[in-house]
Ligand binder design. Structure first.
Ligand SMILES: [Zn+2]
Ligand SMILES: [Zn+2]
Length: 319
């Protein structure tokens, strides 16, 4: 089973996204790239180099529903005459793209994000949504953890690896312990845990960082020899990366806890201290990061939280 990476440009800060072509029956794309002219061209060119056309694609498997990964899923599906699309059921963004706005607005308000900033984030994400076509009910199938995706000469096992998003999935080829990991594992950057509603109870917040740590440990349990990430080069030394991630997360935990004053602060206050220069999309990523770390610190009893009106206030514990 040949796994062929295709680098596809994105208009986002993260740079190009890796699409993976599984070049055997049924011809499968893992992720697609965003909905831009440049991405379509790069995808066609990558397929052409491997002697395929878009119309040969029989299946599209999405690591998660961020626009840089899923944006072209619908148009590829349509051009390939109803190729099957697989996405995890927790990936709530798969129909309306990333931001289920009402749910997110409540989460942002609870995190102490001022109304005008929430409005700016809403506008920004409306712009981001333009980079993906939505899939209607019936145009995709929900894949489940441990499902085997079969090919002519082997299979890929779905490993649900929530964290970056609730429905993020990785794909394991057990024969040589190769993993395609989407944005769960990236060579040069520690993936952002993105603020999301809980897929089971959208009125609650998804505990992204705690889930992410479990997912990382689960990937490690397969002792991968090669990991293909959603961006950047493949990883041949997963153990080194795993330890580097854990160190980075622990350091960030320490910083975040230190930024919580005795008098109390919102996640937004902490985010502004943590990333003073953040603007545009980075404000949203900053507040996502702060919330994820505050949730983890709170779940480990390192800080206290109470509700003041609609906002959560974090405090240093007296003890
Ligand atoms: Zn992503
Ligand atoms: Zn990505």
């Amino acid at each position: 089973m040949r796994i062929i990476p295709i680098s596809v440009p994105t208009p986002f800060y993260v740079g190009p996204v890796n699409v993976y072509l599984i070049a055997e029956d049924p011809v499968t794309l893992i992720d697609t790239g965003p909905k831009t002219k440049e991405a379509v061209e790069a995808l066609r060119e990558g397929l052409r180099r491997a002697r395929f056309r878009v119309s040969d694609v029989r299946r599209i498997v999405l690591t998660h529903a961020h626009e840089d990964h899923c944006g072209l899923a619908k148009s590829v599906r349509d051009e390939a005459k109803d190729a099957e699309v697989l996405v995890h059921g927790w990936e709530t963004g798969h129909r309306a793209a990333r931001l289920e706005y009402d749910e997110h607005r409540k989460l942002l308000e609870r995190a102490g994000v001022p109304a005008e900033e929430v409005e700016a984030m809403r506008k920004m994400y409306e712009g981001v949504r333009a980079y993906a076509d939505s899939l209607a009910d019936g145009e995709y199938r929900e894949m489940v953890d441990e499902e085997e995706i079969e090919f002519a000469t082997g299979s890929l096992r779905v490993i649900h690896t929530p964290g970056h998003t609730p429905g993020s999935c990785s794909f394991l080829r057990e024969a040589d312990r190769t993993i395609i990991a989407g944005d769960c594992v990236l060579k040069r950057i520690t993936p952002n845990p993105i603020l999301s509603p809980d897929p089971i109870d959208p009125s609650k917040r998804f505990h992204s960082l705690a889930e992410y740590l479990v997912s990382l440990a689960r990937l490690r349990s397969f002792a991968p020899t090669l990991v293909h990430g959603g961006h950047g080069d493949a990883i041949t030394d997963f153990e080194e990366l795993f330890n580097r991630y854990l160190r980075a997360i622990r350091e960030r935990q320490t910083d975040v806890i230190r930024l919580v004053p005795k008098t109390g602060a919102t996640a937004w206050d902490v985010a502004r201290e943590l990333f003073p220069g953040a603007d545009d999309v980075h404000k949203f990523l900053a507040v996502s990061e702060a919330v994820a770390h505050l949730d983890l610190a709170h779940s480990e009893n390192k800080i206290a939280v109470e509700l003041s009106g609609e906002r959560e206030i974090y405090r240093q514990d007296k003890g």
